[in-house]
Design a protein around this ligand. Structure first.
Ligand SMILES: *Cc1c(COP(=O)(O)O)cnc(C)c1O
Length: 378
């Protein structure tokens, strides 16, 4: 068996944030210093909110300090209570937002092809206490939005999409963010579109957006009226200004990411036991992540390959492992029992997300895939 080449170049991490040239940000900083407006819905906040809505092709958007506060506020805005059906194959914040709202997560297994909530398993998880479904467009792959809406309509449930991975994803009808009652985005530094930290809620109408805007500002409707025990979820002018600048670059960034994904696909094609994520037909994908699944017919286990890649300087991540349902605060729930979640467990045990950032080039992708193909015959 060949040994891993020693790391000669600086390590390449699973994701590195896109940063525009520093001098492009200077005029924004000067404007903030001049206006002395630092937060509370200042001029950059307003500009970014409308520019973002237009870019995404949605009408009503509320900016947040981060995606987790957006998730928590979305659940508050719709007054969700009791039990919420969700996926175990996601980032911890999805389920944590339920616990912070005193809600009970009910985990339902995923479809192994999409890695999203399996709509065929949702109905059996509904009880009299169920009030909502919280699916995730995992890796930016759209959920079975029509099936999920049918179930929600039949049982009178709300649907809140955790769309933290789905910036810019479109289906034939338009933005993926138009589905469900609300969708939330994250603009964390690790996401395809970042404002250092940031997030948003997409609402279907102006009234819902208004209520969310109250909630993210302590519940203040005006100087003397407080309509709810709101939270401080506001995005600052600094983050909003940076978001405005990022919007100028995002199309080029996404094109670059898609080209790198094509390099990966070509280089990994036909390696037995290595299965890259497939994109669905008719979907404009955002190339947010490049997960591969290391199946039994590959000569190494997932963890062996993960370690070999690291030794060569390529820091992939096992997104999403461990499963959320295995974490101490969730594993006692009946829906968290391992035998109920076989597909999620299988994906979590086999996945590696390979490095993918707009700063990489095809030569670096080839060095990464060379480590993987080196083991294909032994
Ligand atoms: C990143 C992420 C979040 C949290 O967003 P933050 O902006 O980091 O708070 C929530 N859900 C998913 C699926 C994520 O990947």
């Amino acid at each position: 068996m060949p040994t891993s080449p020693p790391a000669q170049n600086p390590p390449i991490y699973v994701t590195e944030p896109y940063l525009p040239p520093l001098e492009e940000f200077q005029p924004y900083l000067e404007a903030i210093w001049q206006s002395r407006r630092l937060t509370n819905g200042g001029p950059f906040h307003q500009q970014f909110e409308s520019a973002l809505a237009e870019h995404l092709g949605v009408e009503h958007i509320s900016l947040f300090a981060n995606g987790t506060l957006a998730l928590m506020t979305a659940l508050q805005a719709l007054r969700i209570n009791g039990e919420v059906i969700t996926t175990p194959y996601t980032f911890a914040a999805t389920a944590h937002s339920l616990l912070w709202n005193n809600l009970k997560p009910v985990f339902v297994d995923i479809d192994p092809e999409t890695c999203n909530l399996d709509p065929a398993r949702i109905e059996e998880a509904i009880t009299p206490a169920t009030t909502a479904i919280l699916p995730v467009h995992c890796y930016g792959t759209p959920c079975a939005v029509d099936r999920i809406q049918q179930i929600a309509d039949a049982y009178g449930l709300k649907v809140i999409y955790d769309a933290a991975h789905a910036f810019g994803v479109r289906d034939p009808g338009g933005s993926i963010l138009r589905h469900g009652d609300l969708s939330i985005l994250s603009f964390h530094a690790t996401k395809v579109f970042n404002t250092f930290e940031g997030g948003a809620i997409i609402s279907p109408d102006a009234r819902t957006k208004q209520r969310i805007d109250y909630l993210k500002n302590f519940g203040f409707a005006d100087e003397v009226t407080v309509v709810a025990p709101g939270i401080n979820g506001k995005m600052s002018e600094l983050n909003a200004a940076f978001g405005l600048l990022q919007l100028k670059h995002i199309d080029a960034v996404l094109d670059r990411r898609r080209a790198l994904v094509d390099c990966y696909r070509d280089a990994l094609h036909g390696i037995p036991g290595i299965h890259p994520r497939q994109t669905a037909p008719g979907i404009l994908d955002n190339a947010a992540y490049f997960p591969i699944w290391v199946e039994a017919d590959y000569p190494l286990t997932r963890d062996q390959l993960y370690e070999h890649l690291r030794a060569a300087g390529f820091h992939g991540r096992r997104y999403f492992y461990p499963l959320i349902s295995d974490l101490p605060m969730y594993r006692g729930l009946p829906s968290a029992m391992p035998e109920r979640l076989p597909n999620a467990r299988d994906r979590a045990q086999k996945v590696i997300c390979l490095p993918l950032s707009p700063h990489l080039d095809s030569e670096q992708i080839m060095r990464i895939t060379a480590v993987i193909s080196a083991y294909k015959t032994r």
